[in-house]
Design a protein around this ligand. Sequence first.
Ligand SMILES: NC(=O)C1=CN([C@@H]2O[C@H](COP(=O)(O)OP(=O)(O)OC[C@H]3O[C@@H](n4cnc5c(N)ncnc54)[C@H](O)[C@@H]3O)[C@@H](O)[C@H]2O)C=CC1
Ligand SMILES: O=C(CO)COP(=O)(O)O
Length: 350
Amino acid sequence: MRVAVLGGGSFGTALASIAADNGAEVRQWLRDPDLAAQITREHRNGRYLPGFTINAAVVASTAMAEVLEGAELVLVAIPSKAFREVVRQARPFLHEAQILVSTTKGIQEEGFKLMSQILEEETGFPHIGVISGPNLASEIADRQLTATVVASDDPETRTRVQSALGCDYFRVYASNDRYGVELGGALKNIYAIAAGMAAALGMGENTRSMLMTRALAEMSRFAVDQGANPMTFLGLAGVGDLIVTCSSALSRNYRVGQALGEGKTLDEAVQALGQVAEGVNTVRLVRDKAHEDGVYMPLAEGLYQVLFKGVPARDMARLLMLGEQSSDVEFVLPRKDVQQDRRDGGERHG
Ligand SMILES: NC(=O)C1=CN([C@@H]2O[C@H](COP(=O)(O)OP(=O)(O)OC[C@H]3O[C@@H](n4cnc5c(N)ncnc54)[C@H](O)[C@@H]3O)[C@@H](O)[C@H]2O)C=CC1
Ligand SMILES: O=C(CO)COP(=O)(O)O
């Protein structure tokens, strides 16, 4: 199979290398000619994936037409801010038989659009999907055992991606909840920032567990309100990705949180990172959308106040702990006798 990867960052490079390990003929598009030459000739990406060897069969180029020529699968690994612009650049060289897959975990501000919706809008083509899951790029480049989810309404997209990328260190699960899988990947970035911040403030393991568990409840609540399948959030693209990004300083979002917890400003934290941390923008968009749609999201609201309104993180944590208890319901299940009554077709009560 011929695979094209758009994007020369850490994830694009890791995906290109997997596809090549799997026997595909891989071309990678990026803007920087020096980096393209380094990938093709030295089999490394010193800017975004330093220290890792990329499969020698990956050919990188700045020429979009060359990269897309004959590609059966196109993986788009471009940060959300530039995603539409790059898809527009690629559009003249795309055709409807191709499988087009977004790997980007972010949201477009205008219209609260996810990246696969942009692929759909810009091309109108039928084979569109997303990849999302606990997929730290450097661990994939190190060929650590990893799993992901390919999600699409289109069965051909799911099976072609599984065969292009599935190998002895990368397992690809299929889902038809494209919206839920894609939204899960974007939402968990918010909580990774909060987890990095909590760690830098010296908060303990109980705190991290509370944060992650309540984050899962909050992101599922929001996603279900937007039309996602709640079961998706119990899978790799939901709780799986939440666990890895809230636990690892390999996550850029987590590192932004750490820097904020250490007292840096948001600008300083983002500058120091030098790569994309989608969660910074996502927290603002999700917080506004939750307000608009009346979804209760205390953690996203709290993080928004810290990032954009100058509320100190420790004060916000206290405020969250002292919030009105009656709104904090974990599960209130119907009593057994009531459930039995319902099964028997009896009168509803309780
Ligand atoms: N790095 C990771 O571990 C993972 C990243 N992702 C997602 O992958 C997406 C892509 O990110 P990474 O590769 O990680 O980012 P990165 O920060 O490592 O690299 C971004 C790449 O996009 C390029 N780029 C930025 N603006 C561009 C433009 N206007 N035109 C062309 N190229 C442009 C940069 O030059 C760079 O090559 C992100 O949305 C992220 O959420 C998903 C899973 C894992
Ligand atoms: O999505 C990721 C891992 O699954 C990568 O997270 P960061 O973008 O925070 O590095």
